[in-house]
Design a protein around this ligand. Structure first.
Ligand code: ZN
Length: 158
């Protein structure tokens, strides 16, 4: 499944929180994508994200046929927005020098770590659609998370 980087994935109209879901890394042979040396910091952090939405099925690397994975990873960025990338993105970057857009690289390093409570809170807030329900402790506003600013040198390899 090819999707141009940063294309908008239609959200369910029933979700009032207005989170934009943006596609990153849905590559396909013959379709254009940027390349460059990957950052070891970005690659290390990417391995922490657990795959979700496994029902899209098994996907074999279109470029070498040597790697396969299924599912997506969810990376929270500023505003907040949700980047949806295939699990294979790590392979694409490390083996095929795929370079995702800078906003995504920043989100990987600056967004809440998948092992953190904040990440869990973002997912919960998103899943609940931003409905405010005081009785159940649900908040209409996104979790309070201060996005740090990563050093640009950490976003790219050398
Ligand atoms: Zn490959």
């Amino acid at each position: 499944m090819y999707l141009p980087d940063l294309s908008l994935i239609r959200s369910s109209p029933s979700l009032p929180n207005g989170v934009q879901r943006l596609a990153v890394g849905w590559l396909e042979q013959g379709q254009p994508h940027s390349t460059g040396e990957p950052s070891t910091k970005v690659l290390a952090r990417l391995t922490l994200f657990k795959e979700v939405n496994l029902y899209f099925g098994f996907h074999v690397c279109d470029f070498c046929g040597n790697a396969a994975g299924n599912g997506e990873i969810h990376v929270w960025g500023r505003d907040p927005c949700l980047f949806v990338a295939p699990v294979m993105i790590h392979h694409y970057m490390s083996e095929h020098r795929y370079q995702p857009p800078e906003v995504f690289l920043r989100a990987v390093l600056e967004g809440p770590s998948p092992e953190s409570k904040s990440y869990e809170q973002f997912n919960y807030w998103y899943a609940e659609g931003g409905w405010e329900d005081v009785d159940f402790g649900l908040e209409a506003s996104p979790p309070n998370y201060e996005f740090p600013i990563a050093d640009t040198a950490d976003l790219y390899g050398s």
